[in-house]
Design a protein around this ligand. Structure first.
Ligand code: HEM
Length: 154
């Protein structure tokens, strides 16, 4: 496994969480206060979406270049009976792809909306759904599914 990719994947998780959370807070406030949709809201939406896609890309690269795919293709049965391998090859990857899909849907829908309140609402709801799935699928040190450090160094 490429350690640089793993370090990047671990770090990007925090940047993505911060970007998503700030965009969600801003859009919930905008929605509830019927505030206009500013260029800063659009920038925040863009930054969160870019980091979600970047993390997805690095995740897919890790999946292909690391041991996960090799193990899966060589011995599917034994890979499925190993909790950690199953988590990364199935649950983690599928849930994260779903989360990024929800974030992307939120972005597209908010761009298509005519009113500013609807724009805020699309981001607030879809990004929240994406964030929830990401929080569940991250291998936190305390997760019952698989454990990885809060931050990884070289
Ligand atoms: C987009 C949101 C995602 C987040 C927030 C995320 C987060 C993480 C975190 C925190 C780790 C642990 C890193 C470490 O070991 O220090 C990890 C590992 C990993 N992730 Fe993701 N990930 C995401 C998406 C994906 C996707 C879409 C895939 C594959 C299609 C993927 C594949 C992997 C693999 C293969 C590992 C390494 C497993 C191992 O250590 O054996 N990730 N991910």
């Amino acid at each position: 496994m490429d350690i640089a990719l793993l370090v990047l994947h671990s770090l990007l998780r925090w940047i993505l969480l911060i970007a998503l959370l700030s965009s969600i807070i801003m859009s919930f406030r905008g929605w509830k206060n019927s505030r206009s949709f500013t260029p800063f809201d659009a920038l925040s939406r863009k930054v969160a979406t870019i980091f979600a896609h970047l993390q997805l890309l690095v995740g897919i690269m890790l999946y292909i270049t690391g041991n996960t795919l090799t193990y899966l293709l060589n011995d599917f049965k034994s890979a499925m009976s190993n909790g950690e391998t199953r988590f990364f090859s199935m649950e983690h990857s599928t849930l994260m792809i779903l989360a990024v899909a929800f974030i992307t849907i939120g972005t597209i829908r908010s761009k298509r909306k005519k009113s500013d309140t609807d724009r805020h609402r699309s981001i607030a709801l879809w990004f929240c759904l994406g964030l929830l799935i990401i929080l569940i699928a991250i291998p936190w040190p305390f997760s019952p599914l698989a454990n990885r450090p809060f931050l990884r160094g070289f």
